[in-house]
Design a binder for this molecule. Structure first.
Ligand code: DLL
Length: 430
């Protein structure tokens, strides 16, 4: 079933016609209303009339994270402030936040895209949606909330944390769908286990939407198995309305990116040159329908690739692979490039290990991986622990080519964050 069948299964040639029309409108709007873009387009020697085909996209300038910060608070607004109805911000690792503005139309379109995602995974009116993401300046909770209401779900705006209360709400209101970060999902699964709750027996949960941070297929499997539910990957970023940019359908073979609202490219992160279909690189997105704050060729820094071929669900919007990391979260340890996701993949595939881990870099270039044991793993024998530890070291070395120190800790002892998980602490004296 579809929320918006005309658009979701649209013919590719018709989709491209709409994309071009919307791109032309977007370029025209920013060229006349946003001084930053007026100048950038002039520097690139492009006028709105030069955009005659989708291939002309590559003539447009990129927009970066730094451009958003430099234009803070409202330098990128394309409407008068009194036509803005909502502000979200996105905090990065450093300095000023990025301000993201929404017009009433933007909110409505964002909610519609979420409704597509919900219906696509089988959620219907009558489902009970417990939103365990952070409400507030973060887009994660509110944007999903509006979409869920559109579908007709009963929405429980629980916010994150306080697992006891989450469980109470889930039990009393027979929650069927939850939305949370994958790291909190892992923690929550552990919490249920510790409290003797068998989700299949005691709860009505059917689905979880997880997103806002990178995670592996192994993590998804672990959440699915421990909660006994279907878990769908949800991708988005504040600059593109938040969640609802790309989402998995029931086939779980990549995330459909809603191409009637976002134009995607995969580029070489070093040169910015577009890569051929199927190649892995940095995702670059152009908004096609944002009114308050359109963005041209936004460098997401997220690494992915387009999955070739058609999806059996019938949707014609192309799918992207799970985000493997960000171009800027690569660690360089003793000269070797390592993505934290590689480490997660190894840890989450081992049944003796629990739900949480932390990578610490210290001294000159020492890597320590602390990982929690599964509840059932410890039989009290030191020998068993040493064996397990060595096994993890060897598996990690084979994956990342660097030998880390591994510390096994008891379940529930590593820090848990309410929002996005912090998996790496870098204390190196470089
Ligand atoms: O995290 C929006 C969101 C909320 C998406 C809830 C999904 C669910 P930001 O705080 O601006 O917005 O962070 C965006 O988070 O560029 C990615 O690096 C990362 N990210 C988001 N979803 C995923 C995902 C929201 N499914 C940044 N897999 C993005 C991997 C993700 N990384």
């Amino acid at each position: 079933m579809f929320w918006d069948p005309d658009y979701e299964t649209i013919d590719r040639s018709e989709l491209e016609r709409i994309q071009l029309e919307r791109l032309q409108q977007t370029v025209r709007r920013v060229a006349t209303r946003v001084p930053f873009y007026k100048q950038k387009l002039a520097e690139a020697g492009v006028t709105p009339d030069d955009i005659r085909s989708l291939n002309d996209l590559r003539r447009l300038p990129f927009t970066t994270n730094a451009d958003l910060r430099d234009n803070y608070p409202n330098g990128l607004l394309a409407v008068d402030l009194d036509n803005v109805v909502r502000l979200h911000t996105s905090s990065g690792t450093t300095g000023k936040p990025k301000a993201i503005f929404f017009s009433a139309g933007d909110i409505n379109r964002a909610a519609d895209l979420i409704a597509r995602c919900f219906i696509m995974t089988g959620v219907r009116k009558g489902d009970v949606f417990q939103n365990m993401m952070t409400y507030g300046l973060f887009t994660g909770a509110l944007v999903m909330h509006y979409g869920a209401e559109k579908v007709g779900c009963l929405v429980i705006p629980a916010g994150p944390g306080n697992s006891e209360r989450q469980l109470l709400l889930m039990r009393d209101f027979r929650t069927t769908v939850i939305h949370l970060t994958p790291s909190y999902a892992l923690y929550f699964a552990g919490f249920l286990g510790k409290n003797g709750v068998d989700p299949k027996r005691d709860l009505a949960l059917r689905r979880a939407f997880v997103g806002a941070e990178p995670h592996t297929e192994e993590t998804r499997r672990k959440i699915q198995e421990s909660l006994g539910i279907e878990v769908y990957n949800s991708y988005g970023l504040s600059e593109m309305n938040g969640p609802g940019v790309a989402f998995e359908c029931i086939h779980k073979t990549g995330m459909h990116l809603w191409e009637d609202h976002y134009l995607m490219e995969i580029v070489d992160p070093q040169t910015g040159e577009p890569l051929p279909e199927g190649a892995t690189g940095e995702l670059v997105l152009t908004t096609l329908t944002r009114e308050a704050m359109p963005l041209l060729r936004y460098r997401t820094r997220d690494v992915t690739s387009v999955i070739p071929g058609k999806c059996p669900c019938g949707r014609t919007h192309r799918r992207i692979n799970r985000i493997t990391g960000r171009t800027d979260d690569m660690l360089i340890v003793r000269g070797v490039n390592i993505y934290p996701q590689q480490i997660e993949r190894v840890l989450m595939s081992m049944p003796s290990l629990g739900h949480n881990y932390l990578i610490t870099l210290s001294g000159l270039d020492e890597m320590t991986v602390k990982v929690e044991l599964a509840e059932t793993a410890f039989d009290g024998s030191v020998e068993h622990l040493v064996q397990l530890q060595n096994q993890i070291v060897e598996k990690l070395r084979a994956e990342i080519l660097v030998k880390p120190k591994v510390e096994l800790v008891q379940s529930g002892t590593l820090p848990v964050s309410e929002g996005k998980a912090k998996r790496v602490v870098d204390q190196r004296v470089l």
